[in-house]
Design a protein around this ligand. Structure first.
Ligand code: C5P
Length: 302
């Protein structure tokens, strides 16, 4: 018996960040959009909790912890804890296609995937509300990985309101050499913006999503973490410029970076931007993905 769950990456089309709260987190108006790049999480019974992480070709993925600090392992432990299952014997296999430490919520995706997969494997029958509650405990972006589509995240990003999306949006993602630590980017944000105003979702951006208007979305995407990410990773400016020169209609850092995201007019446009960006030599790899994408989905259980 094993269960496999597929979980999408995300891009933040608006990331409005307020000042640091007493608990160290920042209030956000975070407009999440799930994109069609996926990790898969497979769980099966085992003598003890183990975790592996390989790329789609089967090679090990560097820089991913394989112990109980991995968010996917923590998700399994949290579900088992709540349902009195003790220390769970489960083998967790992550097939990782989402860039690691890239600002695309790959770790959060694995947590949401492990949670849904273990719930199915163990027959715990957790309600959606309970799953979302566990997700919020695990990390600010994890609830969105579960629900997918598009949503406005408030609070520290974990309180979600689903958003309607009236069309497809196509993206190119440029994977950088190296990663950025999310807490470090928020610390740099605090240094650069000591008096950040309360974050508010932009009505024009929500309208662009609702109507599927790519030009309007291009004109309204923003990321308040971008100056901080560029300050810590200055060469990203060259990647952003290369994407714009390659024909992207908008260019921004994805979440806390260092992946950069480029909105294209349509799928053919995205493929053309990707080819030119790959040839520019300003990034390690490029990926094309459509949006919105569905949230955590059980692919198979047998
Ligand atoms: O919630 P998560 O564990 O993903 O957050 C990682 C780190 O990012 C936090 O420890 C915090 O430094 C920063 N963060 C923040 N405000 C948020 C979300 C994350 O400061 N709303």
């Amino acid at each position: 018996m094993s269960v496999t769950v597929r979980v999408p990456a995300k891009v933040n089309v608006q990331l409005a960040v307020g000042g640091a709260r007493p608990d160290g987190f920042h209030d956000l108006a975070n407009v999440f959009l799930a994109v069609g790049l996926y990790d898969e999480v497979t769980v099966e019974p085992a003598d003890e909790l183990t975790l592996t992480c390989t790329d789609p070709g089967g090679d090990p993925v560097p820089d991913v912890p394989l112990d109980r600090t991995n968010l996917a392992a923590r998700a399994a432990l949290a579900l088992a804890g709540r349902h009195g299952l003790g220390d769970p014997g489960v083998r967790i296999r992550v097939t990782k296609d989402i860039p690691v430490a890239g600002g695309m919520a790959g770790g959060s995706a694995d947590a949401a995937g492990a949670l849904v997969a273990c719930d199915a494997l163990w027959g715990t029958g957790a309600s959606r509300a309970e799953l979302l509650d566990i997700c919020a405990e695990l990390g600010s972006d994890v609830p969105f990985s579960l629900v997918g589509g598009a949503a406005l995240g408030t609070g520290r990003g974990e309180r979600l309101r689903p958003l309607p999306v009236g069309g497809e949006f196509w993206w190119v993602f440029a994977v950088a050499d190296g990663g950025l630590s999310t807490p470090a980017v928020y610390r740099e944000f605090d240094r650069l913006s000591p008096a950040a105003p309360a974050p508010v979702a932009a009505p024009a951006l929500l309208d662009a999503l609702r109507t599927g208007d790519v030009e309007r979305l291009a004109a309204t995407v923003t990321n308040d973490l971008q100056p901080a990410a560029l300050s810590l990773f200055p060469t990203l400016k060259q990647t952003l410029d290369a994407g714009t020169a390659a024909g992207a209609v908008a260019a921004l850092v994805s979440g806390s970076g260092p992946t950069t995201a480029f909105l294209a007019a349509d799928e053919a446009g995205a493929r053309a931007v990707a080819d030119r960006l790959a040839a520019s030599g300003t990034c390690r790899a490029v990926r094309v993905a459509g949006s919105p994408a569905p949230g955590a989905t059980v692919l198979s259980g047998n």
